[in-house]
Design a protein around this ligand. Structure first.
Ligand SMILES: CC(C)(COP(=O)(O)OP(=O)(O)OC[C@H]1O[C@@H](n2cnc3c(N)ncnc32)[C@H](O)[C@@H]1OP(=O)(O)O)[C@@H](O)C(=O)NCCC(=O)NCCS
Length: 297
């Protein structure tokens, strides 16, 4: 394997504490993917386990980056000490010089040294990661007739930009139980919070009876879509609908609904984005499932 051509660039890792380096990452992701991660600063900051690997120009421009962070998961009923990769990008003038291969190799070595059992990532370019042992997982959502709502105390809308609501959400995120035993995030606050910014259609509601926050959308008048449930114990889908005060015809969940007292039909998730997994000795999911979109990264 040839060495990367990093002429004129300086390598830095673990650089989020420096405000100008954070700004350089915000700029790289804006220019590459058209997304703005800067609001994370007002939502409690980037994930504290983040370990970015980056090549910088003398002017402080981030030319190439890949960030690893801890993403503990539940897979087939077992808690997995997993990491995730995100923010992988190289600015056009520096592409084709091996810089992405370089940061990928460094991030993999760091994960190995940290003792992570598995690594996951989302990509629309699986060929980029297959040489490193990543494999794509089939993803499924669930859909079916909605259960009859069970009445409960009315839900309250939460706004993560409001300090009190943010504190409530962060508290629940720190105490959550996985939303599914088949495949779910076991602990991670930052991705849920930034996804409330990235997905303006997602409403977050607090169910006082259940001390639960639910993220949901209504893709059509009679169609309820549950994205995630953040709670020490997962309430039933009937109780969630009751607290929200809605009686849709169709219910959909963007995770396996094994704790909801309801089951729909598993349907393949549409779209080009793949979830890739490295490690766990070729393990496949025991049941059709996907990670909540509130865990997207
Ligand atoms: C994809 C991207 C990160 C590659 O960066 P790069 O610095 O040009 O990559 P490198 O020169 O280090 O090449 C690394 C390897 O990936 C391969 N590769 C590069 N672009 C690829 C692509 N689009 N699809 C598949 N493989 C690709 C290279 O052939 C090389 O293979 P090798 O190790 O066998 O030689 C860069 O083009 C980019 O930022 N694109 C837009 C954002 C993006 O897609 N990021 C990845 C999201 S998951």
């Amino acid at each position: 394997m040839s060495r990367a051509d990093a002429t004129g660039l300086t390598f830095r890792q673990n650089h989020f504490d420096d405000p100008s380096d954070w700004a350089a990452l915000v700029s790289l992701l804006h220019d590459t993917f058209g997304i703005d991660i800067d609001p994370l600063r007002e939502l409690g900051g980037p994930d504290p386990t983040s370990m970015p690997f980056g090549w910088f120009t003398a002017d402080g421009v981030l030319a190439a980056n890949l960030t690893a962070f801890a993403m503990p998961l539940v897979v087939n009923g077992r808690r997995i000490n997993a990491a995730a990769f995100q923010s992988g990008a190289v600015r056009p003038p520096w592409r084709g010089r091996g810089l992405y291969r370089d940061v990928t190799t460094k991030a993999l070595a760091w994960c190995e040294a940290q003792g992570f059992e598995a690594i996951i990532l989302y990509t629309d370019k699986p060929a980029l990661y297959e040489p490193y042992g990543f494999r794509s997982l089939a993803l499924h959502r669930y859909e079916g007739e909605a259960p009859d709502a069970v009445a409960g105390m009315p839900a309250q809308r939460l706004s993560p930009r409001d300090a009190t609501d943010l504190a409530t959400l962060r508290d629940l995120l720190s105490r959550r139980t996985p939303v599914s035993e088949t495949f779910a995030v076991a602990a991670n606050a930052a991705m849920f919070l930034i996804n409330t910014e990235f997905n303006p259609d997602a409403r977050v509601s607090y169910l006082p009876d259940h001390m639960a926050a639910v993220a949901w959308t209504m893709p059509a008048a009679e169609h309820f879509c549950l994205l995630d449930v953040v709670a020490p114990e997962i309430p039933s889908l009937a109780a969630i609908l009751g607290s929200l005060g809605i009686s849709p015809a169709i219910a959909e969940t963007r995770f396996r609904p094994d704790k909801l007292g309801w089951s729909g039909e598993a349907m393949p998730l549409e779209g080009d984005t793949r979830l890739m997994l490295r490690g766990l000795d070729g393990v496949l999911l025991d049941h059709p499932a996907m990670l909540s979109p509130m865990a997207d990264f």
